[in-house]
Design a protein around this ligand. Structure first.
Ligand SMILES: [Fe+2]
Length: 196
């Protein structure tokens, strides 16, 4: 049985940051520190948000009611990868289980690879509309699933953004959506109340 408290604490702290009017800079520093703390333990992700599928899965864990940020569990089966895509908002990627590779793609025909980040469990990297916004992400492990926890500066599944053809650089409208219809229950604190 997982205990969702670390996720609840993370969302509370991110909400406080948002309430303080934090901009991208603070989210990418202080938010990154909060995410690093969240992924330091691996006993809180609900099991139904950790299930791989025929393509990579994105499970919404939480969306801020004012859509100032969202938290998503990305589950990569062996060999799975995203299309080349952008975000248009700031983002943080924290590796929970396994490893993934993010390759920045630079505009052109064909597009050319830029910075390559190999993320290992416990590590966090940022994406930003200003600096590093277009990339392709793939599971680095050939034989098992990898899971990363992403945080974005908006309701990422509902933002109109773009996918790109790496050969021609052609851009196409993309709204990613989510794979789950229900978000995890953060608010059943009965166990801690019963134990008090
Ligand atoms: Fe991405």
């Amino acid at each position: 049985m997982t205990d969702i408290k670390p996720l609840r604490d993370f969302i509370r702290d991110m909400t406080r940051l948002a309430d303080e009017g934090a901009g991208e800079q603070r989210f990418l520093t202080e938010g990154a520190a909060l995410l690093r703390r969240l992924i330091a333990t691996d006993d809180w992700l609900p099991e139904d948000c950790a299930v791989p599928g025929p393509r990579y899965r994105q499970y919404l864990l939480h969306c801020d009611p004012l859509e100032r940020f969202s938290v998503v569990s990305f589950v990569w089966g062996p060999g799975q990868r995203t299309p080349v895509h952008n975000h248009t908002v700031w983002g943080l990627v924290g590796m929970l289980r396994g490893e993934e590779i993010s390759t920045e793609m630079k505009p052109g025909a064909p597009m050319t690879p830029g910075q390559v980040d190999r993320l290992r469990a416990g590590e966090v990297v940022a994406v930003s509309a200003d600096t590093y916004d277009i990339h392709v992400v793939e599971n680095a492990l050939p034989d098992r699933a990898s899971i990363s926890i992403h945080v974005y500066g908006g309701n990422i599944g509902a933002i109109a953004r773009s996918v790109f053809d790496p050969e021609t650089g052609a851009q196409k409208r993309f709204v990613s959506g989510y794979d789950n219809a229900a978000v995890p229950n953060l608010w059943d604190r009965s166990r801690e109340m019963a134990a008090a």
